[in-house]
Design a protein around this ligand. Structure first.
Ligand SMILES: [Zn+2]
Length: 270
């Protein structure tokens, strides 16, 4: 049996038979899940043991640093940076008491969902992988499909997670594909503001910078993670106090507040 220490000492492990290429905006848990499905592993935890990673809960791997996942790139046959980018270890002095690295930006750890698998069925139908921004708790929608994310299976109603290796597009409990379900759509007049908020937490640094440049001062001078957190927090306040002022920033903040206050729910089929 391989141990963590043994793998740290020798990062070389035998690659899996079937290699899965990551999408640029794919989450690590999605990459692991698809690799499991391609290599007929029953559980992601089984695959991770081959890389010397033992965790009580599969999702917690995303908060590890690259030292603890040193064998994963070889196992999955991907460059180390493809794994490192998708890890969200703690950042000390990053502006938040509990900050984590989000593709080079810093976000509060509480914003990053690693336990529940939230998905857009419409986007899964377009391409069956889990987008990184679906992990961002304050975002209750997918900016690709403009569909509200679901967190429960519409067929068996159980919470979607990462325990079983059926792929990101299937319910791990009843095995049914989620790709044919149609969820609620985000109102069109909110989308331009919500796109900016989503772009602030994009895995792509250029997209984050462009989004920052569209914000009013002082947000445009901040880090993307700080600006995103401010929008979420201020937007929540704007929603509570129901500002009756005019457009402009109030609308942006109020629009963004709906990200925070609309808890993701599934629209279950009868
Ligand atoms: Zn189900």
């Amino acid at each position: 049996m391989t141990t963590n220490n043994a793998v740290r000492g020798s990062a070389r492990v035998r690659p899996l038979f079937a290699r899965v290429a990551p999408h640029w905006d794919e989450s690590l848990l999605s990459l692991v899940s698809r690799s499991c499905a391609a290599n007929v592993f029953e559980r992601p935890a089984d695959l991770m043991r081959f890389a010397g990673i033992r965790v009580a809960r599969c999702g917690s791997i995303v908060f590890m640093d690259s030292q603890r996942t040193v064998a994963l790139p070889d196992l999955l046959s991907v460059p180390p940076e493809d794994i490192g980018l998708r890890l969200h270890p703690r950042v000390v002095d990053g502006g938040f008491p509990e900050g984590v690295d989000w593709y080079g930006a810093v976000l509060p750890r509480r914003y990053v969902e690693s336990r529940t698998r939230r998905v857009s069925p419409l986007s899964l139908r377009s391409s069956p992988y889990h987008r990184s921004t679906w992990m961002i708790r304050p975002l209750s929608f997918c900016a690709e499909s403009w569909e509200r994310l679901i967190r429960n299976c519409p067929y068996c109603e159980r919470t979607l997670g990462w325990h079983q290796a059926l792929g990101p597009w299937r319910c791990e409990w009843c095995g049914r594909s989620l790709r044919h379900y149609r969820g609620e759509q985000v109102l069109k007049d909110l989308r331009s503001d919500l796109q900016i908020a989503t772009d602030l937490v994009s895995p792509d640094a250029t997209t984050r910078r462009n989004a920052l440049s569209k914000l009013p001062p002082p947000f445009c001078k901040w880090g993307a993670g700080e600006a995103f957190a401010a929008i979420v927090e201020l937007g929540t306040g704007a929603q509570i106090h129901k500002p009756d002022g005019d457009p402009g920033d109030a609308i942006r903040l109020t629009a963004c507040s709906r990200l925070e206050t609309s808890s993701p729910t599934s629209k279950r089929s009868s």
